[in-house]
Design a protein around this ligand. Structure first.
Ligand SMILES: [Zn+2]
Ligand SMILES: [Zn+2]
Length: 314
């Protein structure tokens, strides 16, 4: 396992498609989450916004999507919606024990009922206020709704809901089911799982937390810029958050918008410039482990102060 990224490789890569079943991708050989250590944070992007983590002994999956298609199901076999462009790197049967399922919001590309059905229903599910009924209908018994600012604890992991600039209806005609970012904390290590979000300065509030990792959605902005930040805006929000490492999600798996699949990571790397080594887990299906030592960089503290000053001057 390596820290750091392989952006050049990732940006050009379209990945195997699910039609490549005769040649299964090499992913299976290199992901074995049951062997990830319990005394650190290991995370892998399983495609789109699905993150699998061992967070200091707490096994978490966020926004699990394993389906070949996401969208509106018409009966059991037909789904209207975008098709997966990159094979699932790890099937649910190989995930191993799981204690927590985090759902950032009920959009079809984040709360996928067929995928949730394939996970152990004894896991604690954390959802937004107004989203529990969907998950309970699948047999999950411990479903915890959080509003922004509320917290819950699971096996020593504290999960606190935070904001974003997005929207929460599953369908345009349905009820508002909310949208949450989550701050995770265990053994003194904090990380952010940001909800899909347009640019907002609200992540500045998190800078005092000294987040070690922040996951932000980097794709889906053209033409949906009112609800999804573009890569340059993501880099700015990441800097606002004060986090040490950026984990880009929401790219390369389903084509939900007009930008080419590889564009978000290319632009993100350009936005990061000389600091692109802070972009991690940027290869779908490849685990990344948080380094033990925190890098306290003066420049992002200064950057934070500059932004704060600019905000108060407005
Ligand atoms: Zn969304
Ligand atoms: Zn989304």
């Amino acid at each position: 396992m390596q820290n750091g990224t392989h952006l050049a490789l990732t940006c050009e890569r379209t990945g195997p498609t699910t039609t490549d079943t005769a040649n299964p991708p090499e992913y299976e050989a290199r992901i074995d989450p049951t062997r990830w250590p319990d005394d650190s944070l290991t995370v892998a992007n399983l495609g789109h916004s699905t993150l699998l983590m061992n967070y200091f002994g707490v096994r978490i999956i966020a926004d699990p999507v394993f389906s070949d298609k996401i969208g509106v199901a018409l009966g059991r076999w037909l789904t209207l919606g975008p098709r997966r462009r990159m094979a699932v790197p790890l099937e649910p049967s190989r995930i191993g024990p799981l204690s927590t399922v985090l759902i950032t919001h009920a959009h079809l590309d984040h709360l996928d009922l067929p995928s949730l059905r394939r996970l152990p229903a004894k896991a604690v599910a954390v959802v937004c206020h107004g989203g529990a009924d969907l998950v309970k209908s699948l047999g999950f018994t411990d479903v915890r709704e959080l509003k922004w600012g509320e917290s819950t604890a699971i096996d020593g992991l504290r999960v606190t809901a935070f904001g974003a600039r997005h929207w929460g209806r599953r369908f345009p005609w349905g009820k508002d089911r909310g949208y949450n970012s989550y701050v995770l904390e265990k053994d003194g290590t904090r990380a952010l799982l940001a909800c899909d979000s347009a640019y907002t300065s609200m992540f500045l509030e998190l800078a005092p937390l000294k987040l070690r990792l922040a996951a932000f959605s980097v794709g889906g902005y053209n033409p949906w810029i009112d609800h999804h930040a573009n890569p340059e805006e993501v880099w700015a929000m990441f800097q606002d958050s004060g986090a040490e490492y950026l984990l880009p999600i929401h790219w390369g798996t389903f084509k939900l918008s007009k930008e080419p699949l590889g564009e978000p990571l290319r632009r993100l790397a350009d936005a990061a410039g000389a600091q692109r080594s802070r972009i991690v887990a940027a290869e779908i299906g490849k685990p990344w482990r948080l380094p033990d030592t925190q890098v306290v960089s003066a420049y992002w503290r200064d950057s934070f102060s500059d932004r704060r000053a600019a905000e108060s001057a407005d």
